[in-house]
Design a protein around this ligand. Structure first.
Ligand code: N2P
Length: 430
């Protein structure tokens, strides 16, 4: 079914690019495993009901922010709605790549964006870019933390409570790391600077802007010590490796962790997740309409539809991630009387200072207080990406070189043999 849907989407995309016309097509570009795909045809029906117009959603996915950004920044691809993380929203704003959102064009009674806004998220989005209010260009979709997902049968709580677990020789060969340079750089730098953080000579916020050569070199040296014990640098397979018990430790996002904990539980593998004591990053992904979009009206309605509480709940349940929707309906859907109370007053207001929800989904105030938001580094991003490929590239070094040399040798042998045969067949040819 999924393959048929993908083939259909590809067909529409091809037709679209041939004709250049697409008033009835909406191109959505989102993270993989980040939506309940059954909401897409429902959006098409709802859009028809609300506007009287037909729409077909062409849905494509990416695994890391940088892939998506490069398609828009360098490729000028005409996606109508995309879902970058906070620091990429900041970059897109700085580079004039986003269109302002016209929420007022949506009728009041179905304006789910306005009806379900979270003051907490609005505040965070305001802090994304000091000169431009990101709330005017984006609507938060999901959010969470970066932390350690671990196999609680093999790893103790104490071992998992520090980022240094990824370098712990006890778990060598069983460690999975997100292939997301900024989301790894931040935690490692926080770990390396933990004394300065405790002494108060730097703040988490300072570290989120720290793209100095010295810090990049320190993180690189650390990661080179980690990499021999790495089972995989992954964008999406880490959660599954954990559920199968192959990985014991995974530097991962909270939503992947929720998904893995549930799946693993069904096959008797016990996983848990925490945000290490040294501190971490809290991230927010939001819907935006890029400058090269062609269907702004449908894009605005799509963003609005994603904010409808029942749709938000379905997306949460399918993916494991937590919606940025501030409605009490969403909060109530997550309450489980068997869980310990968590302080979510920062998100839902004072009445939510002790609510029984999964703390991996909705982190307690104390966890949020030791987390910070990543920020765009502008041109310095290239330094980070170069460091990242040095770290990962060395991993495949010898085997990659052997494969290249063997392939080159094979090509030379084939060419030389062909040349000889030709000369033999046609001795008079010049
Ligand atoms: C899910 C992607 C989560 C994005 N596959 C975290 N920023």
């Amino acid at each position: 079914m999924k393959i048929k849907l993908l083939a259909f989407a590809a067909l529409i995309a091809a037709a679209v690019s041939c004709t250049g016309e697409r008033a009835d097509v909406l191109k959505v570009y989102n993270w993989s495993d980040y939506i309940d795909e059954s909401v897409l045809p429902e959006f098409e029906e709802w859009y028809k009901e609300m506007t009287g117009e037909e729409i077909h959603v062409v849905y494509q996915t990416f695994d890391v922010n940088e892939t998506m950004l490069s398609k828009i920044e360098k490729g000028h691809e005409d996606y109508d709605v995309v879902c970058p993380s906070d620091y990429i929203i900041e970059r897109m704003l700085n580079n004039g790549l986003l269109l302002p959102l016209d929420f007022a064009s949506i009728p009041e009674d179905i304006n789910y964006i306005e009806l379900n806004r979270s003051p907490y998220i609005q505040g965070v989005f305001r802090s994304i870019n000091p000169s431009i209010d990101a709330n005017e260009y984006s609507v938060a979709y999901m959010w969470g933390t970066t932390g350690i997902l671990y196999n609680s049968d093999e790893v103790t709580l104490e071992e998992a409570s520090t980022w240094d677990i990824i370098r712990n020789p006890k778990f060598a060969g069983r460690v999975l790391i997100k292939d997301a340079p900024r989301d790894v750089y931040g935690p490692v730098l926080i770990y390396l600077k933990q004394n300065e953080l405790k002494e108060g000579t730097v703040t988490l916020e300072d570290l989120m802007h720290d793209s100095s050569d010295e810090s990049i070199a320190a993180v690189e040296a650390y990661l080179k010590q980690v990499k021999d014990g790495v089972l995989g640098w992954e964008a999406d397979f880490g959660k599954e490796q954990m559920t199968k018990g192959r990985g014991l430790v995974s530097l991962n996002w909270s939503g992947d962790a929720v998904w893995a904990i549930e799946e693993a539980g069904e096959v008797g593998v016990n996983l848990d997740y925490l945000v290490p004591e040294e501190g971490s990053t809290v991230w927010f992904d939001g819907w935006v309409i890029p400058k090269y979009a062609k269907n702004i009206k449908a894009a605005t309605y799509f963003i609005d539809f994603m904010c409808r509480p029942d749709i938000a709940i379905r997306n949460m349940e399918e993916t494991g991630y937590v919606s940025a929707n501030g409605s009490l309906e969403v909060l109530e859907s997550q309450i489980d009387e068997e869980l310990e109370p968590v302080d979510l007053s920062y998100f839902f207001g004072e009445e939510a200072s002790a609510v029984r929800v999964d703390p991996v989904l909705y982190p307690d105030r104390a966890v949020i207080e030791r987390c910070a938001l990543e920020h765009d580094w502008g041109a310095d991003t290239d330094k980070l990406l170069a460091m990242w490929s040095r770290v990962k590239g060395d991993n495949a070094g010898v085997s990659t070189i052997v494969v290249i040399v063997l392939a080159a040798a094979a090509i030379i042998v084939v060419l030389v043999t062909k040349g000889r045969k030709k000369r033999h067949r046609n001795p008079y040819r010049r």
